[in-house]
Design a protein. Structure first.
Length: 367
């Protein structure tokens, strides 16, 4: 077992560090520079079929569901098709309406999550078309789907998923390209996304190099009993995933909120004892995000911002983790990486069992 760890103290640490290579693997051979598109033969869908879908519905559980939310936003932005993600664990129980012109995507690292497998079964029983975004080759979900895109993240051992989630988000970017380029996404815009995907392994490496600084913030945050993670639109699933990771391994109450919703209730909780991790990308919502940070600070709350170089915090005295800028549609992928490290180092400073957190299994195969 120690050999597999390759000198790392935990599988989670190893899997976080492996991301530059695992991202290389999912994009390898799939980026077509000539036509600014992704080549995804495994989807088993012709351009005409891809063009025929008028809606996308993504199903997954836990962090895979949050990756699905990232993916839905990418698909809406790049392909301009209505898309949303839903917890697969709820789907089957609400007698879902399955439509012939909806592309269903089941997303799962293990390919064995029973709730996601049942959702696939429900879709198929009602005649829907479902493809998989799955890591484990030949797994139950991969086999049940009509086609799919393998994540090629490599084996993931730690219960807290990291590299598989990053590849899920990249997999959605590839699917968004495929759906977009049979619609109104231009060759140039397709190429813009392709170039950004190619730069990503190097950018991830530069975030990982910030590990020691992130560890310092983590130690501080680990002492709080409760935290908020906030973000909006593209940043909201990032916040959800950040809170999830923190909860799973540091056993601290971490709650994700849309930054815009704070003033509708939870702002009442803010005080010196409840810190907030705020996702503040350089995008069309920067000013609104900064205004929310200001409101939190004014109520005595500590804020750690996960942000970009260009964001001007002005007078606001806020510690920052700065991530490299990519194309706006892909920002969530890079904004999530420091949150993995934040959770990891918080759990480490608290002395918990990082790879096998209490009460959790790597893959949930019973209902
Ligand atoms: C992630 O850190 C969690 N352990 C968990 O939410 C996980 O993502 C979920 O159970 C889905 O697993 P899957 O991707 O194997 O289907």
């Amino acid at each position: 077992e120690d050999l597999d760890l390759g000198g790392y103290p935990h599988y989670m640490a190893k899997e976080i560090q492996e991301q530059p290579e695992s991202v290389e693997r999912i994009i390898r051979g799939r980026l077509d520079d000539r036509f600014g598109v992704a080549r995804l033969d495994g989807l088993n869908l012709t351009p005409r079929e891809l063009r025929g879908f008028s809606r996308v519905k993504i199903l997954g559980c836990g962090s895979a569901y949050y990756a699905g939310q990232v993916g839905a936003t990418m698909i809406e932005e790049l392909a301009r098709i209505p898309a949303d993600a839903e917890a697969a664990s709820e789907f089957r129980y609400r007698n879902p309406i399955i439509e012939a012109d909806t592309l269903y995507i089941a997303v799962s690292q293990s390919g064995e999550t029973i709730d996601t497998a049942f959702a696939v079964e429900e879709i198929k029983r009602k005649g829907g078309r479902v493809v998989g975004l799955v890591n484990v080759v030949g797994s139950t979900i991969a086999r049940a789907c009509d086609g799919g895109v393998y994540l090629h993240a490599g084996p993931e051992i730690a219960v807290a998923s990291t590299k598989a989630l990053t590849n899920m988000a990249i997999g959605f970017a590839l699917i968004a390209l495929a759906l977009g380029r049979v619609r109104d996404l231009s060759n140039a815009d397709g190429q813009r996304i392709i170039d950004a995907l190619r730069a990503m392994p190097g950018q991830i490496k530069s975030i990982l190099d910030e590990g020691p600084r992130i560890a310092e913030h983590a130690k501080e945050f680990a002492t709080a009993n409760s935290l908020f993670f906030v973000g909006r639109v593209r940043g909201y699933p990032v916040a959800r995933e950040g809170a999830q990771k923190f909860k799973e391994i540091s056993y601290r109450h971490a709650e994700a909120y849309q930054t815009s919703e704070l003033k509708h209730g939870p702002l009442a909780l803010i005080d010196a004892a409840l810190p907030t991790v705020a996702i503040v990308p350089a995008d069309e919502l920067t000013d609104r995000n900064l205004a929310a940070v200001q409101q939190i600070k004014a109520r005595g709350g500590a804020v750690l911002a996960v942000t970009h170089e260009d964001v001007d915090f002005g007078e606001l005295d806020v510690p920052r983790i700065v991530v490299p800028k990519t194309e706006p549609e892909l920002d969530p992928i890079l904004l999530t990486i420091p949150l993995q490290l934040l959770a990891y180092h918080a759990a480490l400073s608290l002395g918990y069992d990082i790879d096998k957190p209490r009460n959790l299994a790597k893959s949930v195969t019973v209902e």
